[in-house]
Design a protein around this ligand. Structure first.
Ligand code: ZN
Length: 244
């Protein structure tokens, strides 16, 4: 494997992994980010068990998308590597994945509840609830556990017909969130938003367990930021403040 051609992807994955603790999404070494190079059929992922502040580009592991074999790197990949691989092979439109055990998203996963769309903060980023998988069975845990974790998410999207780029996240029951995007950096940003909307939803449900938001309002918020009719932001002014 020619490492040179993966330089930009390695940088993107490294920076996204290093951003996890600063974003308040992880304790110790929990969590991992990967990014895929579809042309070369590989993804770059955090190694298993290396602290974020010691993580360098040389530690990242390059894995073959088809076989799951390590093709470059001296360390073992994240134990969740096979979950990432299953999501990349099932969802061709995605380019990066972030997995964390962030507190509020995990609370919903442990309660085995979807994160409902209760307002515009959620609707700006996710065009529907962030769904929670059923529990993995004993057989699913006994062999190919990490691959089966990814499969549980894939099954969820097939069951509901969700577009993985419109709802770029899922909760695995009794475990936590897997979040993705077009790039590793975008998946990290979506993971931050997932955690924020989980926190807001928990407080909202405590105040009013039966609250809902008007569907037309939610649809308006998603479509003004995403898709062909989007008009949010200023493409030529990247530094523009983003407050609404
Ligand atoms: Zn995990």
């Amino acid at each position: 494997m020619n490492n040179f051609v993966l330089t930009a992807l390695r940088r993107d994955v490294l920076e996204a992994n290093r951003a996890i603790p600063a974003a308040g999404l992880a304790t110790l070494t929990w969590g991992n980010v990967s990014g895929v190079d579809r042309d070369r059929g590989v993804y770059v992922i955090k190694p298993s068990g290396v602290p974020y502040d010691e993580l360098g580009p040389e530690h990242l592991v390059v894995v073959d998308l088809e076989s799951g074999s390590v093709v470059a790197g001296d360390l073992r990949p994240s134990v969740d590597s096979e979950t990432h691989r299953r999501l990349y092979t099932a969802f061709p439109s995605i380019g990066g994945i972030t997995h964390t055990h962030s507190t509020y998203a995990v609370a919903f996963a442990q309660a085995r509840r979807d994160i409902p769309v209760l307002g515009t903060t959620h609707a700006d980023a996710f065009n529907g609830p962030i769904r929670c998988t059923p529990d993995l069975t004993e057989a699913q845990c006994a062999t190919q556990y990490e691959y089966n974790t990814g499969q549980a998410i894939v099954d969820l999207f097939e069951a509901f017909g969700d577009d993985p780029l419109e709802v770029a996240a899922a909760l695995v029951a009794s475990h936590g969130p897997f979040v993705w995007g077009r790039t590793a950096t975008e998946s990290l940003k979506q993971a931050v938003i997932c955690e924020a909307v989980a926190q807001m939803a928990l407080h909202t449900l405590a105040l009013n367990p039966s609250t809902t938001a008007p569907p037309h309002l939610l649809a308006r918020h998603f479509t003004r930021k995403h898709g062909s009719g989007a008009y949010y932001g200023n493409p030529d002014a990247a530094a523009q403040p983003s407050t609404r």
